[in-house]
Design a protein around this ligand. Structure first.
Ligand code: DLL
Length: 440
């Protein structure tokens, strides 16, 4: 089923026409209403008359997270506050959060975008959807909530936390869709197990997962443990929240709602546009948002685009799974390492569980990486030789993929901290070894 056939199945030429009209519209809107953009466009001597084709998007200025922070809280809003009906904010580990404002029309658009991806993933009116994202300034819960509600599904706004109660709700309410981060779904499964409940015996048939990366290998583990279809969606608060893109049931890339979010891939170092198929930083221009439109927003997420129509019938361009972020790529002894590469090695190994941490330290002038991972069950702990063999095997596999050495530390099941939201897997102690050791 396709929610909005007309918009999701346009041919390329029709899509480009829609995009150009909308692009010109948003340039005009921000020029008229946002002093920051008026100045940025004037500085580049770019006006509406320069935007004659989609290629001209490269003339527009970029917007970064710092630009949003520097205009905290309302400086980039393009509608007066009286027209803003909702605020959300991204957590941000340092400094002020980034604040996002929605007009009534933006809220409608948001619901629509999420409905599209929920339908593409296989959600239906008959479903009972348990939303296990935190309700609050984070966009995840409200986004999925409104999108699924628009579809007509029954929403269980469980929010995060109280993991045992989540399982009870699933049992009692007959939940068929779980909405959460992929890592929380693992924690939920483990909790069910400890309650003596077989996750596969529950009614859940579909997982709508997002807000963090999930390797293909991890998806398979989740699908096996739960006996469900695990389908991914992507978004970010600055752009709208969830609703930017999502997989259909073919699971061959995430369809971008490109009639509203104009995507580009650029080289994050040179800032130059990259062709289809090449990995680079995703840059998005929101073309139809009223309250908080952004020109060429640097997402820092690494992906590539595929414009081929999909088997599902949608023609919306697809992005590959996010490979990592330009800012969480680890540079270890000069080698670029993405946590997702490590995950794909670990999750394929039967004797270990899907919970891991990557710890980076500096010893003298050298970086050292330790991969701490849980054993699937603790009986292995009694067999030193097997344990050592396993450790060596993991180290070897990591070396093949990453081209650098990592120490592997196998720990008992359930010793690595679980998360109810986005998992925090990287612990980078470089330059702060003494103070941060306590965190471990
Ligand atoms: O995480 C919005 C969201 C909520 C999307 C629920 C999907 C489901 P932020 O908290 O602003 O917003 O974080 C945005 O999360 O730039 C990515 O790095 C990461 N991210 C989101 N979805 C995915 C995904 C929400 N499917 C940041 N795969 C983004 C990989 C993802 N990373």
């Amino acid at each position: 089923m396709i929610w909005d056939k007309e918009a999701e199945c346009l041919d390329r030429r029709q899509m480009e026409e829609v995009q150009l009209t909308r692009l010109r519209h948003v340039v005009q809107r921000v020029y008229e209403n946002v002093p920051f953009y008026r100045q940025a466009l004037d500085n580049k001597c770019v006006g509406l008359n320069h935007i004659r084709s989609l290629q001209d998007v490269s003339l527009l200025p970029f917007t970064t997270k710092d630009d949003i922070r520097n205009n905290y809280p309302y400086g980039l809003f393009s509608s007066p506050l009286k027209k803003i009906v909702r605020l959300h904010a991204s957590s941000g580990t340092t400094g002020k959060p980034t604040v996002v404002g929605y007009t009534k029309q933006d809220i409608e658009l948001w619901a629509d975008m999420v409905t599209r991806l929920a339908v593409a993933a296989g959600a239906r009116e008959e479903d009972v959807a348990q939303v296990a994202f935190g309700y609050g300034l984070f966009t995840g819960a409200f986004g999925l909530h409104y999108g699924l509600e628009r579809l007509g599904a029954t929403i269980v706004p469980a929010s995060t936390g109280n993991t045992e109660r989540q399982i009870m709700l699933m049992q009692d309410f007959g939940t068929t869709i779980l909405v959460s981060t992929p890592s929380y779904s693992l924690y939920l499964a483990e909790t069910a197990q400890s309650m003596g409940i077989d996750t596969r015996s529950l009614n859940v048939r579909l997982g709508l997962f997002g807000a963090e990366g999930c390797s293909e290998e991890m998806r398979q583990v989740i699908e096996r443990i739960w006996g469900i279809d695990a389908v991914e969606n992507y978004g970010m608060s600055e752009l709208i929240g969830p609703g930017v893109s999502g997989e259909c049931q073919c699971k061959e890339g995430l369809h971008i709602n490109e009639d509203h979010f104009y995507p580009e891939i650029i080289d994050p170092i040179t800032d130059m546009p990259l062709p289809y198929g090449e990995l680079g930083e995703l840059v998005i221009t929101t073309m139809t948002k009223e309250g908080f439109p952004l020109l060429r927003y640097r997402t820092r997420d690494i992906t590539s685009l595929n414009p081929e129509p999909c088997k599902c019938g949608r023609t919306l361009v697809r992005m590959t799974k996010v490979q990592g972020r330009t800012d969480d790529m680890l540079k270890i002894r000069g080698v670029n390492v993405f946590p997702s590469q490590i995950e794909s090695v670990l999750v394929g190994i039967r004797e270990i569980g899907p919970h891991y941490n990557i710890i980076v330290r500096r010893k003298g002038y050298l970086d050292e990486m330790e991969v701490m991972v849980e054993l699937a069950d603790d009986t292995l702990l009694e067999d030193f030789r097997k344990l050592e063999g396993l450790q060596n095997m993991i180290r070897h596999k990591l070396r093949v993929i990453l081209s650098i050495d990592a120490t592997v530390k196998l720990v008992q099941p359930r010793t690595i901290a679980r998360s109810e939201g986005k998992a925090k897997r990287i612990i980078d102690l470089r330059g702060k070894e003494n103070t941060a050791c306590a965190e471990l």
